[in-house]
Structure formats: structure tokens, C-alpha cells
Design a protein around this ligand. Structure first.
Ligand SMILES: [Zn+2]
Length: 687
């Protein structure tokens, strides 16, 4: 990528590393608002530019690391070369010999001959910093080697004369420049570490950062003298201090924060970094959570979606491939009017600025490949490219764009980010598809079940087979007018009972071989002439008859079932094993709306929410097993799936929704189908 440039400058020769101008960079004539939601488990920052969300920062790490305490030595253990110190936390912290700076030693590091008992004494008060958070029964690990991180530099107290440069800065020339600057700047008796962020920064910027750190150090020492051990001296809030340092400047209109503790920290940081900004900080104390009140929650939600709509009606789609992110631009419907080329140009221009915005919001990193809609005119291609580069200017991350749009309309770029992407922070791989983004289709599942049935029927099995699966799968299995179920029945030469269960996962199914006598305890068997309420299975499709079900039993409703009704009262006309036919009843000749009134709402109220879609309130009265009525919906959830095999038949009435809803991760393991085989010998209940 020899003709790539940084920061979106349009100089085709391109300096590989254009200087990063700190806060002066970007379109700073826009108004900026900063909203901070400070919580126990995470802190979130929303940056708004001209009222529009531009950046989201999230911090979820253990926040205790980096905190500085005034501690008291409670125990010295020479055998362990370690001591235990009280820092005010429930567990005493661990301070090892190697983590103690000694004044006599070079660069503050203990000599090999040092003994722990020579360095610390019981009851002594020391300043320590947490280097590892407490874990389980273990207390925190602390060090007396204290460092204060700034934007470009880390001030290492006591590490006199030591200057280090971040390994992530990879050009030797720049490393040497920074090392030299570090050596010039390092205060007497202290060390300096030059951070990755310092790359390309002027001595003026580094000095400003150092001044800030020295002021912070002064305050730390002052506080140490004022308080008694154990006490917290300095709390490290990386995200909040980063925002105050890097984003909150004179251009910012306001900073709103929703916790008092964070508010006070910010005010303290500003007393060092910029007093005049303090009037712009506001503590938010309304009842409605800040991010909800400002519509940020909704925005974050959208940032996890694949598609982003454009005003013109087109959209962009963001896909995460193994080694890169692919962003595809799609047109809306072409409505005529302006020429096609103009419509494409407009969509691409819109997409260009939206992509730049999404890169920042989602914090996408690495290689990014964009696929704009093909443009015939070179002039249009240049226009889109220029618009994209201009939009990239407000991005604080380093970007490098490969200039020319490829013949296929592709634009390649890289974007360097320091943190995890928003998606990486908030999401994990989907347990249903294992991150592949796809699960087996209902047809694939139906075919899988069919093959499994054939195999099991060939092996052994009971008198009848019962299949339970997701309604979308059972609809395929049962087939139009129940024809497919009949075919399978012929093939396995055993009666087959297919029942849908909407609480099951699409890839989950259950095949049970049963003794004939057990069947009625497993499923509700309807009778001819019986009146029941059928509920719509899934969404009715154009060109296909609506499928209804009664307790998972599929029925086809003949005649004209009221359109748009999700349930219909019917009389069973024909009853097969997996499929029955019914006619609507109870309808006034006046028309469909009347039928609705007729539908008995009374029974409905009692229907347990879990089973709702298919629980037939009306049918229930007629349903043979009396035991069912008493089965409390709550009890069903607790029924352990394992126990089902042994459970008395009456308890098994319904597939356990608990397993399906409560532990989704388990479902994957069942992909191959879980079988319950009831031995025919199992005690059939008296009949
Ligand atoms: Zn998935």
C-alpha cells in the first residue's frame, strides 16, 4: 500500500505517519457533548457531536488495579520473602520483596542480598499501588513502585533515571527521538515511560502531560500526609481520565456525569488540567437513567446490528470476516426522477459519511474493505472518495486509506484501535450457530428427523413413535394436508405422532419410542366431533393454507377461517396421528368479526404464559387426562429433563420449556437429536 496515507490526507504520496495533532485535529467547529454513565460493573462514555452520537467508550475491567493506598504492614514473612499489608480491603494485600523499592539500591530496585525484614517492619506505613486485583481467596498484589499514567507518559516514582519507550512504537528513528525527549524531561529521581500514544507528538505536548502528572504526584503526596493508613489515596479511573484529558476541551459544550463519585474525580482532575472547564461539568441526578433519557441505549442497540439504513432508502451492511471487516453499500429502490448514475452517487456519498461514522462508533479495527455501488464516471468516484476522507477526519484512531477505488468498486483501508471493538466488548459468539451466523433450516431439520426416525425404527423401538420439535420444523414434517407424515409412517411402519413445541429451539428435536398404552399419557388425543381452539402456527404464508395446532397437534381448518385470526374455534372432522381436519364453529352468519366475540376468552386467562401459543383453553375441558389441569406452569419449569425418563407418565404431559428457555447453551449439544426411549415394560397406568 505505497500510495496509502494517514489521517485521510489526499496527498497521494502520503507520509506514512502524519503527525497526530491532539485536540486540534478534526472538525472542531462542531459542538461536543460528553455523557458519562458510571456504574459498578462498567463505565460508559457517549460523545455527541452536533447532537449526534459520534463515539461510545466502554470500560469493564476490574477498576481497582492502579489504585494507590496508604497501607500498613501487618505481617512480615521472611520465609516467603513477602509481607502482608492492610489497605482497607477485606483481604490483606500481598507485598513481595521484588515489589519493594529500596532507596539504597540502583534505580530503586532491591538488591539480591536484600532481606524482606530489612526493608519493611510490622506497623510501618507505606504507599502502595495495586498491580493485581484480588482474586477469590487471594488478596490484591501491591507494589511500592508507584506509577502515574498520563496521556503520553507514565511517571514512575522512585525509578530514578529510568526511561522506557513503548515497544509498540516500531520505527527506530521515532523510538530514539522519544527516548531522547524522555531523558531530557525526566524529573530528578523519577523514571518516565513513553507510551504508544506519544508517537509523533511534539515536546510541547509531552511537557504538558508531564506537568499534569507532576501536579497529580504533588497532590498524592499531600493526601498521603493528611490521612491515616489504611486509606485510598488515588483512584485510577482510566476511562474517565482519558475522556477528561483527550476529549473534554474548550470546544466541548458540556460534560454530564451520573455518579457523584465520578463527578468529584472529574472535578479533581480538572483542578489540575483545566480549571476553566469545571463550569461545564454537570452532575445528573434525574430518576430516568441518563443514557435512556438521551436515547443512547437505543443507539447502542443499533450499533450491534448488521444493517444501517441510509436516508436515501439504501443501507450499508457490516460483516465481520475472519481477517477483515466487509462493508457493503446497497441502493434503495430506484424511484426514477434523477438519473440512475445520480441516484447511485447520492447513495454512495451518504454511505461514505455513514461508514466513517460507524467505524468510530463501533470502533472497528484492522483491515476494512468497503464495497461501494459501481460508478461509471471517474468524477463520481473521486467525489465519493473525497467525501469519505473528509468524514474520516473526526476519527481519533489512526487510519490509512488505499486511495484508488478498485475496478470492482472496492476501497481498502486499515484502522488502528487500541481497545476492543464495541461488538467484541458487548458480545460473544452466538451459541445457536457457533458464530457461523446460520442455523439449519426447518427443511434440513425435518429431513434430519426423518432419517433419524428411519434409523431408530430399523433398530428397535416401541409400538409408536412420538416426535417433538419446533413448529416450523413440524410444519414441514407434517406436510400439506398431513401427507408427509403419512409417508414417513408408511416408511417406518409404525404409527407416528408429530407434535410441535414452540419453546424448543429450531435445531432441537426429540424422538420417543413408546408402548401403545403410554401414548395417551404423552399427548392429548382428540376425538372426531370434539370442539377445540386451534392456534395459528407461525406466520401464515402467501399461497399456503394457514396451519393451526392444538397442543402441538397440527390441524387444517377447512372452509374460510376468519382471516387474520390467530385462533379459531373448530370442530374436529377427521383425526389422524399427526394431522387432523376441522371446520370452524361458533361463527354467526353475520361475518368474521362475530366469530371473534364467540371465542371464549374465559379459558384464555388461565392459559399459562409459557405454553400460550398452543395451549388450547377450550380443548382442555374435553381433554382426557384430568391431571393436566392441576399442573402448575411454574412446576413445569423445574422439572429436570433427566428425570423425565423415569417420571410417571402423567407428569410428562409437556415438553419442558425450562430447558429450552433457561439454558440455551445446552441446546447446541442436542443438535443431533436427543432420544427418549421408554421401555415398553414401564408401568402403564391403570386403564
Ligand atoms: Zn447465531
Amino acid at each position: 500500500m505505497t500510495n496509502g496515507t494517514s489521517r485521510g490526507t489526499s496527498d497521494p504520496g502520503g507520509s506514512r505517519r502524519a503527525p497526530r495533532g491532539g485536540s486540534s485535529r478534526g472538525r472542531d467547529n462542531l459542538t461536543r457533548e460528553i455523557l458519562i454513565n458510571d456504574g459498578d460493573l462498567e463505565s460508559r462514555v457517549a460523545i455527541l457531536e452536533d447532537g449526534r452520537l459520534a463515539e461510545i467508550l466502554i470500560e469493564r475491567e476490574a477498576r481497582i488495579v492502579g489504585n494507590i493506598y496508604k497501607a500498613k504492614i501487618v505481617n512480615v514473612v521472611p520465609g516467603m520473602d513477602a509481607s502482608f499489608v492492610d489497605i482497607g480491603l477485606p483481604k490483606n494485600a500481598f507485598l513481595a520483596l521484588g515489589d519493594i523499592t529500596s532507596e539504597e539500591a540502583d534505580a530503586g530496585r532491591p538488591r539480591r542480598t536484600d532481606k524482606i525484614a530489612d526493608l519493611v517492619k510490622k506497623g510501618q506505613e507505606v504507599l502502595v499501588q495495586i498491580v493485581r486485583a484480588p482474586l477469590g481467596a487471594k488478596g490484591a498484589r501491591v507494589s511500592t513502585r508507584i506509577s502515574l499514567p498520563g496521556r503520553f507518559l507514565v511517571l514512575a516514582l522512585g525509578d530514578g533515571g529510568y526511561v522506557g519507550v513503548s515497544r509498540k512504537i516500531d520505527t527506530e528513528e521515532e523510538r530514539q527521538r522519544l527516548r531522547k525527549l524522555g531523558e531530557e524531561l525526566a524529573p530528578e529521581g523519577m523514571g518516565l515511560i513513553v507510551r504508544t500514544e506519544a508517537e509523533g507528538q511534539s515536546v510541547r505536548e509531552l511537557r504538558k502531560d508531564l506537568d499534569f502528572l507532576m501536579e497529580l504526584h504533588k497532590r498524592t503526596l499531600k493526601k498521603e500526609q493528611e490521612v491515616k493508613a489504611p486509606a485510598l489515596i488515588h483512584e485510577d479511573l482510566p476511562l474517565i481520565s482519558k475522556v477528561v484529558r483527550d476529549v473534554f476541551n474548550r470546544q466541548a459544550k458540556e460534560l454530564v456525569v451520573d455518579s457523584r463519585a465520578a463527578y468529584e474525580t472529574i472535578m479533581e482532575l480538572l483542578s489540575v488540567a483545566g480549571r476553566q472547564l469545571r463550569t461545564k461539568v454537570r452532575l445528573y441526578e434525574e430518576k430516568m437513567p441518563l443514557f435512556a433519557a438521551r436515547g443512547i441505549e437505543e443507539e447502542i442497540d443499533k450499533l450491534l446490528r448488521r444493517r444501517v439504513g441510509l436516508v436515501s432508502g439504501g443501507h450499508i451492511a457490516i460483516d465481520h470476516a475472519e481477517g477483515f471487516v466487509a462493508i457493503d453499500v446497497n441502493t434503495g429502490r430506484y424511484t426514477g426522477g434523477a438519473g440512475l448514475a445520480e441516484t447511485i452517487l447520492r447513495t454512495n456519498l451518504e454511505a461514505a459519511s455513514e461508514i466513517a461514522r460507524q467505524l468510530r462508533l463501533r470502533d472497528l479495527g484492522g483491515i476494512i474493505v468497503m464495497d461501494f455501488i459501481d460508478m461509471d464516471k471517474p468524477k463520481h468516484r473521486t467525489q465519493v472518495m473525497d467525501a469519505f476522507l473528509a468524514a474520516l477526519k473526526s476519527d481519533r484512531a489512526r487510519t490509512k486509506v488505499h486511495h484508488r477505488i478498485s475496478p470492482l468498486g472496492l476501497v481498502e483501508m486499515t484502522r488502528k484501535r487500541t481497545a476492543e471493538s464495541l461488538r467484541g466488548t458487548l458480545c460473544e459468539a452466538c451459541p445457536y450457530c457457533g458464530g457461523s451466523g446460520a442455523i439449519r433450516s426447518p427443511l434440513t431439520m425435518a429431513l434430519t428427523i426423518e432419517r433419524d426416525l428411519l434409523r431408530q425404527a430399523a433398530e428397535d423401538g416401541g409400538d409408536v413413535f412420538l416426535v417433538r420439535c419446533h413448529p416450523q420444523v413440524s410444519s414441514v414434517l407434517v406436510g400439506f394436508d398431513g401427507e408427509h407424515a403419512e409417508k414417513i409412517e408408511k416408511a417406518i411402519r409404525k404409527p407416528l405422532y408429530i407434535r410441535s413445541n414452540p419453546t424448543m429451539h429450531l435445531e432441537q428435536y426429540e424422538i420417543t419410542a413408546l408402548g401403545a398404552a403410554q401414548l395417551k399419557h404423552e399427548v392429548t388425543l382428540l376425538k372426531q366431533g370434539q370442539e377445540v381452539i386451534g392456534r395459528l402456527v407461525g406466520e401464515p404464508k402467501v399461497g399456503a393454507p394457514a396451519m393451526f395446532a392444538v397442543e402441538g397437534y397440527h390441524i387444517g381448518v377447512k372452509g374460510e377461517p376468519p382471516t387474520g385470526e390467530r385462533e379459531v374455534r373448530v370442530r374436529m372432522e377427521a383425526v389422524g396421528h399427526s394431522y387432523g381436519e376441522a371446520v370452524p364453529v361458533g361463527q354467526q352468519p353475520a361475518g368474521p368479526p362475530a366469530g371473534r366475540k364467540e371465542a371464549p376468552p374465559a379459558g384464555r386467562k388461565e392459559a399459562p404464559p409459557a405454553g400460550r401459543k398452543e395451549a388450547p383453553p377450550a380443548g382442555r375441558k374435553e381433554a382426557p387426562p384430568a391431571g393436566r389441569k392441576e399442573a402448575p406452569p411454574a412446576g413445569r419449569k423445574e422439572a429436570p429433563p433427566a428425570g423425565r425418563k423415569e417420571a410417571p407418565p402423567a407428569g410428562r404431559k409437556e415438553a419442558p420449556p425450562a430447558e429450552a428457555t433457561k439454558k440455551p447453551s445446552r441446546r447446541r449439544g442436542r443438535r443431533g437429536g436427543r432420544r427418549h426411549r421408554k421401555k415398553p415394560a414401564a408401568p402403564p397406568s391403570a386403564e
